[in-house]
Design a protein. Structure first.
Length: 439
C-alpha cells in the first residue's frame, strides 16, 4: 500500500515485527504528566483503507502547519497487527497518543497502558462527543478515550427484490420484523430467487472473529439475554432468552448464501445483507434507489444493534499530556471528523457533525441508523428504549468475544445451541474466576 507523506508531517509505516523489536525494554504502568505543551508528540494509528489513511495524514499535516510549538509524528501499523502490537509493547514504550479499538479499551486500562484524558482535552471537545462516544471511552467512571466515528449496523435490502416477491418490510425502528416474520420473509425471498438464497450474513468475514460478536450478540440482547451480567456468563449467555435467539438465528441459515466472493448482495443472489456502515458506499453505488436500510430483527424486547469503533487515547507514561491533548482537540474538531467520516462512510461520533451529516441526519439515507445511535446504552445497563448496545466494557472482553464467536461458529455449522453457549459460559466464568473478575 502506498502512503503519501504530507509536508510538515512525519509519517512512518512499519510492520508489527519491527514495532516489537523497538519495544523490548521492560515496562508497566506509569503516570502521565502534562509537559510544557511543546515538542514532539508520537502517535500510533491503525493502517486502515487508503481514504482513511489520507484523512488522518491530512489532519496531522494540517495540525503541524497550524502552529510551531508541537510536531506530531505519525506511525501506521497494519490493522491486522495493531491490537496485538499494543498488547505486546510495554507501557513505557507506547506513544503519547494511540488509537484503540473501542472494545479493547477496558483491557488496556486494566493493563495500565492508557492514561485518563479528561485533564488534557478541552471540555468543549468532551461536551461535543455523542453519548455513545463518551460511554465507549469511559471505564469505571473515568474518561480514557474519544472517537471520531461510531459504527452503524442493520439490514441492507434490495427493495426491488422484496417488492417483486411481495414481501413487506419495516420502515422504522419500532416496526422491525419479529424473528418469525424475518424467517417467513427469508423463505419467501429464497423461493422467488433463482439462487435459492435470501440472506448474506458476511460469512466471508469469519463468524468466529470479532464480526461474529459485533454483528450477532445484539440478537441475544434483543431477546432479553446478554453476553454477561455482573461478571457472570452462566445463565446469561446460555440462558433461555439467549438460547432462543440463537435457535432463531440457526433457523435462518438454510436461506444464507455462503458469499465466498463477497458479492451475493450486489449480484442479486440475495435480497438482504447483514450490513455494517462500511458496506453502504458500494451497495449504494450498485443498487441506487433500490437500496433500503432496515433495523435488525426484534427478538422479543425491541430491535438491538451493535456500536463502537476506533477511539483515541493517551499512553499511560506520556510526558506530553498537554501537547497530546491539543492534538486530540484538533483531531476531534468538525473539519477532521467530517473528513474522516466522509472517507469511511461511518456515522460521526460528535454531536455537531452528526447533526449535519447528509447520510445520517434527518432525511438522509442512513437516518434510521442515526436514530439507532441516538438511543445508545452500555451492555450492563440496557433499557427499554435503548437500541445500539456497546460491547461489554470489561477487561475480560477478549475472552467473552472469543468464546461467543466460537460458539456462534459452531451453531452456524449445525451444532447444538445450548451446548455451544454453555461451553462458552463455562470458559468465560473460569477466566473471570482466575482473574478476580478483572478488577
Amino acid at each position: 500500500m502506498n502512503h503519501r507523506k504530507k509536508a510538515g508531517a512525519s509519517v512512518v509505516a512499519v510492520t508489527a515485527a519491527a514495532m516489537l523489536l523497538a519495544s523490548c525494554s521492560s515496562g508497566g504502568g506509569g503516570t502521565s504528566s502534562a509537559g510544557d505543551g511543546t515538542g514532539d508528540v508520537e502517535v500510533w494509528a491503525h493502517q486502515g483503507k487508503d481514504s482513511e489513511v489520507a484523512a488522518l495524514q491530512d489532519a496531522v499535516a494540517n495540525f503541524n502547519a497550524s502552529q510551531s510549538d508541537i510536531t506530531v509524528n505519525l506511525t501506521l501499523v497494519p490493522e491486522a497487527d495493531y491490537t496485538t502490537t499494543i498488547q505486546s509493547t510495554s507501557a513505557s514504550d507506547l506513544p503519547d497518543v494511540l488509537e484503540l479499538d473501542g472494545p479493547t479499551l477496558a483491557n488496556f486500562v486494566y493493563d495500565a497502558k492508557v492514561a485518563p484524558i479528561g485533564d488534557y482535552v478541552s471540555q468543549a471537545t468532551i461536551d461535543n462527543a455523542s453519548a455513545g462516544n463518551v460511554n465507549q471511552g469511559t471505564v469505571d467512571g473515568t474518561l480514557y478515550a474519544l472517537a471520531q466515528f461510531n459504527s452503524g449496523l442493520g439490514l441492507c435490502a434490495n427493495g426491488a427484490l422484496l417488492d417483486d416477491a411481495g414481501v413487506t418490510y419495516p420502515d422504522s425502528i419500532d416496526s422491525a420484523w419479529t424473528a418469525d416474520e424475518f424467517r417467513s420473509a427469508l423463505q419467501t425471498l429464497a423461493a422467488a430467487n433463482d439462487s435459492g438464497y435470501a440472506l448474506d450474513i458476511k460469512e466471508n468475514y469469519g463468524l468466529g472473529g470479532e464480526w461474529g460478536t459485533y454483528a450477532f450478540s445484539p440478537l441475544l440482547q434483543s431477546a432479553g439475554g446478554n453476553l454477561i451480567a455482573d461478571n457472570e456468563a452462566s445463565g446469561v449467555i446460555d440462558g433461555p432468552e439467549s438460547v432462543s435467539a440463537m435457535e432463531a438465528f440457526q433457523s435462518w441459515l438454510p436461506y444464507v448464501d455462503p458469499n465466498e466472493d463477497d458479492a451475493a448482495f450486489v449480484d442479486g443472489r440475495v435480497a438482504i445483507s447483514w450490513c455494517g456502515h462500511w458496506m453502504y458506499p458500494g451497495y449504494s453505488e450498485a443498487l441506487g434507489d433500490d437500496l433500503v436500510i432496515l433495523p435488525l430483527p426484534d427478538m422479543g424486547t425491541g430491535t438491538k444493534s451493535g456500536a463502537g469503533s476506533w477511539t483515541w487515547g493517551m499512553g499511560s507514561t506520556t510526558g506530553q499530556g498537554t501537547a497530546a491533548g491539543a492534538f486530540l482537540d484538533y483531531l476531534l474538531n468538525d473539519q477532521n471528523v467530517a473528513a474522516m467520516t466522509a472517507a469511511n462512510g461511518a456515522p460521526p461520533a460528535t454531536k455537531s457533525v452528526l447533526a449535519s451529516d447528509a447520510l445520517y441526519s434527518a432525511g438522509g439515507p442512513l437516518e434510521l441508523w442515526g436514530k439507532q445511535l441516538e438511543a445508545s446504552c452500555n451492555a450492563d445497563a440496557i433499557t427499554s428504549d435503548c437500541v445500539t448496545v456497546l460491547r461489554p466494557l470489561t477487561a475480560g472482553y477478549p475472552v467473552i468475544t472469543s468464546e461467543f464467536a466460537s460458539a456462534l461458529s459452531a451453531i452456524a455449522t449445525g451444532g447444538d445451541v445450548q451446548s455451544a453457549l454453555t461451553g462458552a459460559a463455562t470458559a468465560i466464568d473460569q477466566s473471570f474466576a482466575d482473574n478476580n473478575d478483572y478488577q
